[in-house]
Design a protein around this ligand. Structure first.
Ligand SMILES: NC(=O)C1=CN([C@@H]2O[C@H](COP(=O)(O)OP(=O)(O)OC[C@H]3O[C@@H](n4cnc5c(N)ncnc54)[C@H](OP(=O)(O)O)[C@@H]3O)[C@@H](O)[C@H]2O)C=CC1
Ligand SMILES: CC(=O)N[C@@H](CCC(=O)OP(=O)(O)O)C(=O)O
Length: 311
């Protein structure tokens, strides 16, 4: 049995990582006494005992635990947003390219991707890298997330509150914390305009990237490239071109993948192929957080990637 310590085990992401790992035949979770969860020496003891420590902490707290890991030589999987573009860290998106799994397997420090970037990068990165979308293009990303994406504080604003807004756009200062990782790992020259929003539902996420194409490029070609890129991936599905695959069809919704580790990609285009929407659906707490964390833990510890990734 391998041992995993989850720092922040009682938070939104931590709880879901723990619940998944309860079903893992090869991993034992070692827990900190709730009364000691901020005790640095107790954390150090558990981190030294663990094969990997998973950080499900607010950003500032994550930095403190990483300082312990650096001093003690411990392996860390960080679910916070602090290290996603940092030197010395491997980006924990296994499907990023052919070499990423091996990098995750060998790494001391792995950063779990943000929920929005997971869908956005899976759409844009291969198309930009293959020269089908301009690297120096100016892109806009629209997205909606369930309110659990904002952790305990946002959950409190929604649950038991009949005044909670059905829909709200945010990030309107153009400084959303996911922008650096979206730009870096999608290989974009320019920072995209990112318009996230939150809806009055717990889990689920839908991302839409509208693009206008020119020359000989068409939506169908973009679709073919995505389908070929992810053909062998177990956690990424590319739906048939121009088809809304959704139990709420004709509406494309953020729902249907709750508690899974799946991402569904789709491409829609106008008749002339030039007006296109790229879309991604995932569970913000699944492939967007805890499912991906367990996938990464499996890679780091040498297990099959799909063990216990579903809640
Ligand atoms: N929710 C989501 O969809 C996603 C979240 N993340 C990231 O995961 C991390 C955790 O987020 P989330 O689970 O949503 O947040 P929550 O607020 O739900 O949980 C954070 C947990 O960390 C605990 N905590 C705070 N400071 C410390 C500390 N110094 N030592 C030990 N425990 C501490 C909190 O305890 P207490 O309640 O007592 O304050 C709480 O239990 C964040 O960095 C977030 O950005 C990543 C992907 C998606
Ligand atoms: C609805 C909501 O508030 N979502 C969060 C992002 C959730 C997520 O991916 O968080 P990490 O970057 O910590 O991984 C936000 O926009 O800040």
């Amino acid at each position: 049995m391998k041992k995993v310590f989850i720092d922040g085990e009682t938070g939104t992401t931590g709880l879901q990582v723990r619940e998944r790992l309860v079903n893992h035949p090869e991993i034992e979770v070692i827990s900190i006494d709730e009364a000691k969860k901020r005790d640095v020496e107790e954390k150090r003891r558990l981190m030294k005992e663990a094969d990997v420590t998973v950080l499900c902490l607010p950003d500032e707290a994550a930095k403190d635990t990483v300082a312990i890991a650096k001093a003690e030589g411990c392996r860390v999987l960080d679910a916070s947003s602090v290290h996603r573009v940092a030197d010395g860290w491997v980006y924990g998106l296994a499907e990023l390219d052919a070499s990423q799994r091996e990098k995750i397997q060998d790494a001391q420090f792995v950063s779990n991707p943000g929920c929005y970037p997971t869908g956005i990068i899976l759409l844009l990165k291969p198309l930009v890298e293959q020269g089908l979308l301009a690297k120096d293009g100016h892109y806009t990303v629209n997205a909606i997330s369930g309110y659990t994406g904002g952790g305990k504080q946002l959950i409190e604003k929604y649950e038991g509150n009949s005044d909670a807004a059905t829909y709200g756009t945010y990030g309107l200062n153009f400084k959303h914390k996911h922008l650096p990782e979206i730009q870096k790992w999608s290989q974009l020259d320019n920072t995209p305009i990112f318009i996230p929003s939150v809806g009055n539902f717990a889990q689920g996420m839908l991302i839409s990237i509208p693009v206008t194409l020119s020359g000989s490029m068409t939506g169908e070609k973009l679709h073919a490239a995505l389908a070929a890129t992810y053909e062998e991936e177990d956690f990424v599905t590319v739906h048939p071109f121009n088809e809304v695959k959704d139990s709420h069809a004709p509406f494309l919704t953020p729902h249907g993948l709750e508690n899974t580790n799946q991402v569904e990609l789709a491409v829609f285009a106008s008749e002339d192929g030039k007006s296109v929407v790229l879309s991604a659906k995932l569970d913000n707490l699944g492939k967007g957080a805890s499912g991906a964390a367990v996938q990464n833990l499996n890679l780091m510890l040498g297990f099959a990637e799909d063990v216990a990734v579903v809640l």
